[in-house]
Design a protein around this ligand. Structure first.
Ligand SMILES: Cc1cc2nc3c(=O)[nH]c(=O)nc-3n(C[C@H](O)[C@H](O)[C@H](O)COP(=O)(O)OP(=O)(O)OC[C@H]3O[C@@H](n4cnc5c(N)ncnc54)[C@H](O)[C@@H]3O)c2cc1C
Length: 292
């Protein structure tokens, strides 16, 4: 049976929210549509009103405000790639974006869409959480900001309230003393991650790690932070990292994993690879910070 929906094209955030309020649960936001199109074709999602966010210029930007990086929800994966020379946070996010999709799809797939679809294997989730990112939401009652850590509440489930839209992602304390790295295992370039790990390290003037983020992907219903792995790293100088610290952090990361076996990979493989990928990410961060 042919299915129809009405296509709506707001030009402001307020207009988009107004449409959502007016049409209720039968209206869905549409960003790049790369997840939505598949869901719609598979009949996993249905709607009478499609609110296309593409023509809202105030949602598409990547900019620095002091040491804070702001990424608008409609910035595309390709935008991340193109800005990857700006600073170390964007280098890591640009490298992550280049692992995802194909170049053509990256020009329409958005950062907001990747995070809002809330897949356990979404590639941008681990590095953004590891960097301490916050997410700004806007609804009819106004704005609120929550840690990205709290945004995903289950498989394909977010903390977005009815009629709320994701406005931007806020990455704090971006400087030359930050390094981040994301590593994943996937069968092909257009495949989603079987398992992944992101690490973000911030060092002080004595080249000691003052803040560490270790976040695992595809080993639980949502991305998993590994605080015991982070604690292994905090307080260690870059020079001391070689003395078994990297391996210890990798082990702690795999203990935090809650992997399952499915058609794509076994629980054992995912758990073992968690430590390998975490160690790889830490070493890459140390390499980047070693250059400063
Ligand atoms: C061939 C192919 C390869 C892929 N490869 C990868 C990969 O390697 N890694 C990976 O992580 N993903 C991959 N994906 C999935 C997808 O491309 C990404 O998740 C993409 O970033 C989704 O963004 P989008 O703009 O297309 O979102 P859409 O499909 O438009 O939207 C996704 C969801 O987010 C909601 N939404 C979007 N923006 C907002 C907003 N601002 N506020 C509130 N809700 C919003 C929508 O309502 C919808 O529920 C792939 C998809 C395809 C088709």
């Amino acid at each position: 049976m042919t299915r129809h929906f009405e296509y709506l094209r707001p030009e402001t955030i307020d207009a988009a929210i107004g449409m959502k309020v007016e049409y209720g649960p039968q209206a869905k936001f549409w960003a790049g549509g790369t997840d939505m199109m598949l869901l719609w074709q598979r009949r996993a999602v249905d709607f009478d009103y499609c609110i296309d966010l593409t023509y809202i210029p105030s949602l598409r930007y990547i900019e620095m405000e002091g040491s804070t990086l702001r990424i608008g929800a409609m910035a595309t994966l390709d935008d991340l790639d193109l800005k990857s020379n700006l600073n170390s946070a964007l280098t890591a996010l640009g490298e992550t974006a280049r692992l995802m999709n194909t170049k053509q799809t990256r020009t329409i797939a958005t950062v907001g869409g990747n995070l809002c679809h809330a897949s356990p294997s979404a590639d941008l989730t681990p590095p953004l959480i590891a960097m301490g990112t916050q997410v700004k939401l806007q609804g009819p009652e106004g704005e609120r900001v929550i840690p990205l850590d709290d945004f995903h509440i289950g498989v394909n489930e977010t903390a977005l309230a009815d009629n709320e839209i994701v406005k931007e992602f806020i990455v704090p304390h971006v400087s030359e003393k930050l390094a981040a790295s994301y590593n994943r295992i996937a069968r092909t370039v257009v495949d989603i991650a079987l398992v992944s790990s992101a690490v973000c390290l911030r060092i002080d003037d004595t080249r000691t790690i003052q803040d560490a983020g270790v976040v695992l992907g595809a080993v639980g219903p949502t991305a998993i932070r590994a605080p015991d792995a982070e604690n292994v790293l905090i307080g260690v100088s870059l020079e001391e990292l070689g003395n078994g610290t990297v391996q210890k952090a990798g082990e702690q990361a795999s203990l935090a994993a809650r992997a399952i076996s499915d058609i794509r990979a076994s629980q054992e493989f995912r758990t073992d690879m968690t430590s390998v990928l975490t160690e790889r990410s830490i070493r890459r961060c140390a390499e980047i910070l070693g250059d400063y």
